[in-house]
Design a protein around this ligand. Sequence first.
Ligand SMILES: C[S@@+](CC[C@H](N)C(=O)[O-])C[C@H]1O[C@@H](n2cnc3c(N)ncnc32)[C@H](O)[C@@H]1O
Length: 246
Amino acid sequence: MRMKKKRHGAERMYLLSSLVCNDAVNLVENREEIFKNSYPLRIEIGCGKGDFIKEKSKADKDYNYLAIEKIADVCVVAVEKYAQSRGLGCLAPNGGWKKSDSIIVPLGSSPVDFSGDDLGNVRFAVGDAAEMLSKLPDSSIDAIFINFCDPWDKKGYEKRRLTYISFLELYSRILSKKGKIYFKTDNRGLFDFSLEQFEKSPFKIVYSTYDLHSSDMNKTNIETEYERNFTEKGFKINMLIAENNK
Ligand SMILES: C[S@@+](CC[C@H](N)C(=O)[O-])C[C@H]1O[C@@H](n2cnc3c(N)ncnc32)[C@H](O)[C@@H]1O
């Protein structure tokens, strides 16, 4: 994702750091304390500016979510959108955070002090998802969402695709038995490649479509930023759901 450098991105993220958990192992091990419930944990890889996770976490409330994004200046937008959608305030004109009681916490201050229950069922992490996931315990995750990941079109770059077999093997290890991967892309070449990779993996494809928006699944579909853009340009959206049969 291309993104102009955000003004004060690091300080803005710091203000909202109670919504950030870059140590995914800690999140898994202490999730009852962190989320104050024992719901299963789901992961979004490459959450971008966070439209999907903001809506998904509202639609499916009986889960907790970790949204991972490798670019900090993109992730800060996702964190701010999520915080605003929870009624936790909004970005102040000077770049600080305006709390719901209208008190402005300026840039450079300590993190905004939200009460634990306000934070809801999402935490964000900045970093490389594969690296983070490789440290997670076996069978600790309920589902993984991969939305519009980079296609790595150039010849010789297949191994970088997030649906390459080595990634699928990692996902299989950390997902529970019958845990699911939900994958969407506009890119037909990447989709066909992914179908082949899933066939070689411990996953069973339980649903797939080359045209999500004309399918039954569209009723419960939550659009991402990229999905909206590609759809406006006339691209069809491919989607698959795969179940872990390890
Ligand atoms: C094409 S954008 C899609 C964003 C969003 N999912 C959507 O559908 O609108 C892909 C995003 O994934 C992030 N990303 C790519 N590889 C990643 C990785 N290994 N770990 C975490 N984030 C990653 C990129 O920085 C980018 O923001």
